[in-house]
Design a protein around this ligand. Structure first.
Ligand SMILES: Cc1cc2nc3c(=O)[nH]c(=O)nc-3n(C[C@H](O)[C@H](O)[C@H](O)COP(=O)(O)OP(=O)(O)OC[C@H]3O[C@@H](n4cnc5c(N)ncnc54)[C@H](O)[C@@H]3O)c2cc1C
Length: 465
């Protein structure tokens, strides 16, 4: 007999409600990770993110075994197979209870309801735990509807938040018996050279993750509000890979933040908390508006928009060959490291969906495929915000000019030169939009679109809807 816990986006043993509760019966506990390459491919999960998770799981596995908690791997071929595979393992272990922290994506919810039916039929209970800081069903407007605008959502969130919401579950209890054999973490090859290099950048293991968070709070949070928009500075937390895979919990972050700092508007801590709330907000949106998880625009009317089909322009955007230095440097950062600064994510996403008028869904998928922090809710939210099709999105006529953004946020071209070293010799005042001669001299391509004309083309397309 053993309770069964299934890992989702919660690769941690601290503050893991489902795991902790699964350990309380003391009837033995088995944890299982689902190795599902077909699902990862279908969801465009980056091989880098998967390898990162498997590296972290290696450490987690050791900790679990020390607590007499078993570690198993379920092999599945697509998410549709998961309910039956989970059930089969539960039967093999003679589990009376299965425990899962909910993921809110459409497919994951469908999987859990399928599993619930199957388990119920076998007399096994499925115990699902909410994975938001405040249950998304409890955050409502004055008229009882769900929010579609961030600022009032965040105000209500702050008002509702109690110390109980920030209760941190202890580590799971050490089990008296462990009567099943542990599985090894499966081999997973990163075939691409860029991925092989970038995986080295990301440390795993709970101690490292907490150290990173602590040093951000100590050294950087006070300047966060003023410095966070400058991509050449290391001024944001870079915790997104850990938050996405659940190696660090957002609830734990808020609890620590609010125990060390006052939540005063205008401060670094206030701004940083707002970003954690944006993350919660996008999870809230996919929960209440599942259409966004099904490849649709949040704003339904924009499903009619006719996007340009231009594989050459799209490829140039992907490879950072647009002829706009800030965009090309940003895409190089993504391709080489698996991460991109937030300001640049907005700039490149707007450029693709507005100036190139290419469907934001292609950009969304490309990001997922490269990002180590690829998170369905935040990525979809960020893309739809930039493309003006989303919840509380940028209005369609607000189109960032990438050259002006470059002059403003990378004034001296430090970020550009870091990722495009061939532009090293170009002076700062020319780096944002090099002259024809400088382009030829430095073997740098012309811009793939005229910014003024393409802006007008986007305005026409959006305003015609
Ligand atoms: C087009 C686009 C795509 C994006 N895709 C992702 C994605 O796949 N995964 C992802 O985690 N974030 C995504 N973001 C949000 C944001 O860019 C990253 O979370 C941030 O850059 C991560 O860096 P950081 O950890 O240093 O963030 P910090 O500035 O230190 O913020 C702390 C945490 O708050 C959360 N956060 C910050 N900004 C946002 C935001 N705008 N929306 C939602 N959550 C936020 C993240 O979890 C982040 O780690 C996207 C934004 C855009 C515009």
């Amino acid at each position: 007999m053993s309770n069964l816990f299934i890992f989702s986006s919660d690769l941690r043993i601290e503050d893991n409600a489902a795991l902790y509760n699964a350990s309380l019966d003391n009837t033995g506990l088995t944890t299982a990770f689902i190795f599902n390459p077909a699902k990862w491919k279908n969801h465009n999960d980056s091989p880098l993110k998967i390898k990162f998770q498997l590296n972290h799981l290696q450490k987690l596995r050791e900790k679990l075994i020390q607590k007499n908690i078993c570690f198993k791997v379920i092999h599945a071929d697509g998410i549709e197979e998961e309910p039956l595979k989970i059930l089969n393992l539960a039967k093999e272990l003679q589990s009376a209870k299965i425990f899962i922290n909910k993921d809110y994506g459409f497919n994951e919810r469908r999987r859990d309801s399928e599993l619930e039916k199957l388990a119920d039929h076998e007399g096994i209970s499925l115990n699902l735990f909410d994975s938001s800081i405040i249950d998304p069903r409890n955050i409502k407007t004055g008229t009882g509807n769900f929010f579609k605008v961030f600022t009032p959502y965040s105000k209500v969130f702050r008002n509702l938040l109690t110390s109980e919401d920030l209760n941190i579950d202890p580590e799971p209890k050490t089990q008296e018996i462990s009567n099943f054999q542990n599985d090894e973490i499966p081999e997973y090859d990163l075939e691409e050279e860029n991925f092989k290099n970038s995986i080295e950048l990301y440390e795993v293991g709970s101690d490292n993750v907490h150290k990173k968070f602590d040093s951000f709070l100590q050294d950087k949070i006070s300047d966060y509000k003023n410095l966070r928009d400058f991509p050449s500075l290391d001024s944001t937390s870079k915790l997104s890979p850990y938050l996405t895979s659940g190696m660090l919990s957002a609830k734990y972050c808020l609890k620590e933040l609010l125990s060390q700092f006052e939540d005063i508007p205008g401060t670094g801590q206030y701004s940083w908390m707002n970003e954690i709330l944006w993350r919660e907000f996008y999870r809230y949106i996919i929960y209440h508006f599942p259409r966004v998880s099904q490849g649709k625009s949040f704003s339904e009317k924009y499903d009619q928009l006719i996007w340009r089909q231009d594989a050459t322009d799209f490829e140039k955007w992907c490879q950072g060959k647009t002829g706009i230095p800030l965009i090309d440097a940003a895409m190089t950062q993504l391709n080489q490291t698996g991460w991109m600064h937030n300001r640049l994510r907005m700039v490149v996403a707007m450029f693709l969906s507005k100036n190139l008028l290419i469907d934001w869904r292609l950009g969304e998928a490309y990001f997922m495929n490269r990002l180590i922090d690829g998170d369905h809710a935040s990525n979809n939210g960020g893309w739809q915000w930039s493309a003006s099709t989303g919840v509380d999105a940028a209005p369609y006529f607000r189109i960032f000019n990438p050259i002006t953004q470059s002059e403003k946020f990378d004034k001296n071209g430090e970020f550009i030169k870091k990722y495009l070293p061939n532009l090293q010799s170009i002076p700062a005042n020319s780096i944002h939009n090099p002259s024809k001669d400088l382009r030829i001299e430095n073997n740098y391509p012309d811009m793939i679109v005229d910014l003024k004309e393409s802006r007008k083309r986007a305005l026409d397309a959006f305003s015609s809807i």
